[in-house]
Design a protein around this ligand. Structure first.
Ligand SMILES: C[S@@+](CC[C@H](N)C(=O)[O-])C[C@H]1O[C@@H](n2cnc3c(N)ncnc32)[C@H](O)[C@@H]1O
Length: 211
C-alpha cells in the first residue's frame, strides 16, 4: 500500500463547503486526492489517502479513502463526495463507511499515526529540510504531508523520534505536487504500481474523432 496521511489545519468538518477555497482550502485536498489515485485513463489500485481535518466547527475528523472502483466519484465532484461523507457521519456520529472505500470517524492525527506504527509501517514526514529522498530506504511506507500551511510545530516535534523526515529537494512544492512526485518515485522503484485501466470510457469518442 502507498499510504498518504494528509494533515489539513483548516478544512471544515461539517461538510458545508460553500466554495472549496473559502471552506478551509478544500481545493488543496481535492488536488491532492486527484494526484493520489488518478492517472491518465487509469486509477491506482494500492493507495490509501488518510485525511485529517482540523478545521471548524468540530475537529478532528478522519476520512480514510482506499482504492476502490466502486467509489462514486469523478475528478469533478470530489468535494461533494467529501461533503456528503462528513454530513453522513455527523448525523450518526459513529464510524461509518460513507461510500464504498470511504470511511469517516472522529480520530486524532496522533492516533492514526500510532495505528500505522502498530501495523509495522514506517513513517516518513515530507519536509523540505529533511534528508534527500534518494538517500533514504523507503520500506512499507506511510507518508505524512502538510497542507498549504504545513504541519503544526507540535506535531512535527512529536514525530521526531517516530519518523524519518525526507525531502524532495529545496523547492517548496504544493501538497498535491509532492504526492505526484512521490507516486512517480514509487513507480520508478516499482513499488505497488498496479492500476485499473479505465481507458475504455473514451473508446467510442476516440473512434468518432479518429484519435
Ligand atoms: C505547500 S507545502 C507547505 C508550506 C508551508 N509553508 C511549510 O513550510 O510547511 C505543503 C507540504 O508539502 C510538503 N513539501 C513541500 N515541499 C517539499 C519538499 N521540497 N520536500 C519535502 N516535502 C515538501 C510538506 O509536507 C509541506 O507541509
Amino acid at each position: 500500500m502507498r499510504v498518504f496521511i494528509f494533515y489539513s489545519n483548516t478544512g471544515r468538518t461539517d461538510g458545508k463547503f460553500k466554495d472549496i477555497y473559502h471552506s478551509g482550502r478544500i481545493d488543496v485536498i481535492v488536488h491532492s486526492i486527484i494526484h493520489s489515485f488518478f492517472i491518465s485513463n487509469g486509477f491506482r489500485k494500492s493507495v490509501v489517502f488518510d485525511l485529517l481535518l482540523y478545521g471548524p466547527p468540530d475537529p478532528p475528523r478522519r476520512i480514510k479513502i482506499t482504492s476502490n472502483l466502486d467509489t462514486p466519484w469523478s475528478k469533478k465532484d470530489i468535494a461533494t463526495l467529501l461533503s456528503i461523507a462528513l454530513r453522513k457521519f455527523n448525523k450518526r456520529r459513529t464510524p461509518i463507511e460513507a461510500f464504498p472505500g470511504v470511511y469517516v470517524e472522529r480520530k486524532e492525527f496522533r492516533e492514526v499515526v500510532e495505528e500505522y506504527i502498530k501495523e509495522g509501517k514506517n513513517i516518513y514526514v515530507l519536509d523540505k529540510e529533511g534528508e534527500f529522498i534518494e538517500k533514504v530506504k523507503i520500506e512499507n511506507p506511510v507518508f505524512i504531508i502538510g497542507d498549504f500551511l504545513g504541519l503544526p510545530k507540535k506535531e512535527k516535534k512529536w514525530l521526531r523520534d517516530k519518523a524519518k523526515f525526507i525531502s524532495l529537494g529545496d523547492i517548496p512544492y504544493f501538497s498535491s505536487q509532492v504526492i505526484a512526485i512521490l507516486n512517480w518515485y514509487l513507480d520508478k522503484l516499482g513499488f505497488e504500481k498496479d492500476y485499473w485501466d479505465t481507458g475504455h470510457k473514451f473508446e467510442e469518442l476516440k473512434k468518432k474523432l479518429d484519435v
